[in-house]
Design a protein around this ligand. Structure first.
Ligand code: E4P
Length: 221
């Protein structure tokens, strides 16, 4: 499963990218808005920093305008993936983009039925929003498992990207469900690396090592 960062913050991206585990980035208008800079500048920095897929979201509502915006976004870099929403206009624009060989990520997907539509237009990625399904008092992980199973039995090549992940267990469960990609915010990435026993073990190793150094110094060895 590839790991993506769900952010538009170049500082967060640089930090996690340095770990050597980052395969891509997803952005959306809300995340870009948090940067308080020109979207073009924000996207350029991210596209330059990350070698893998970077999703850039369309903001036009109507199919023709969304298609044109999608073509412009795709031209920004070879690793740009165009995000279109799961709406009739998003499907129309998305189909035109995929027919031209442009990689699209169908976003705001909340049901297996919507995921079937995304696969049928030849999307490169489909993004079910797990956490937001849970917020609506439904089972996001169940929807993800159903989507992965449907794609498997139907032989759809669209990659399933588990989005709106809120904690490390969401990432683990997405991996078990067979998601191709998990995108998560910076804080989930940092929680994923942490374990209290790792911290305690390291502290103990450090103390024992220091004690040995002191012993050797004392003995003049
Ligand atoms: C995915 O591409 C979306 O940007 C994201 O995962 C949405 O997550 P949220 O529900 O935490 O806003």
């Amino acid at each position: 499963m590839r790991l993506f960062l769900d952010t538009a913050s170049i500082d967060e991206i640089r930090e996690i990218n340095a770990w050597g585990v980052l395969s891509g980035v997803t952005t959306n208008p809300t995340l870009v808005g948090k940067e308080h800079q020109s979207p073009d500048e924000v996207w350029k920095m991210i596209l330059d920093e990350v070698h893998g897929d970077v999703s850039l979201e369309t903001t036009e509502q109507e199919a023709d305008a969304m298609y044109k915006q999608g073509v412009e976004l795709a031209q920004k870099a070879t690793n740009a993936v165009v995000k279109v929403p799961m709406t009739p206009d998003g499907l129309k624009a998305g189909r035109r983009l995929t027919d031209e060989g442009i990689k699209i990520n169908v976003t705001l997907v909340f049901s297996p039925g919507q995921a079937i539509l995304a696969a049928e237009i030849g999307a490169y990625i489909v993004s079910p929003f797990i956490g937001r399904i849970d917020d609506a008092a439904a089972d996001g992980m169940h929807a993800l498992r159903q989507i992965c199973e449907i794609y498997d039995v139907q032989g759809y090549e669209t990659e399933v990207l588990a989005a709106s992940l809120r904690h490390p267990m969401h990432v683990v469960e997405a991996a078990l469900a067979g998601a191709d990609i998990a995108t998560m915010p910076y804080d989930v990435f940092t929680k994923l690396v942490k374990h209290p026993l790792t911290d305690a073990g390291l502290k103990r190793f450090d103390a024992d090592w220091e004690a040995l150094q002191a012993e050797l110094m004392k003995g003049g060895a």
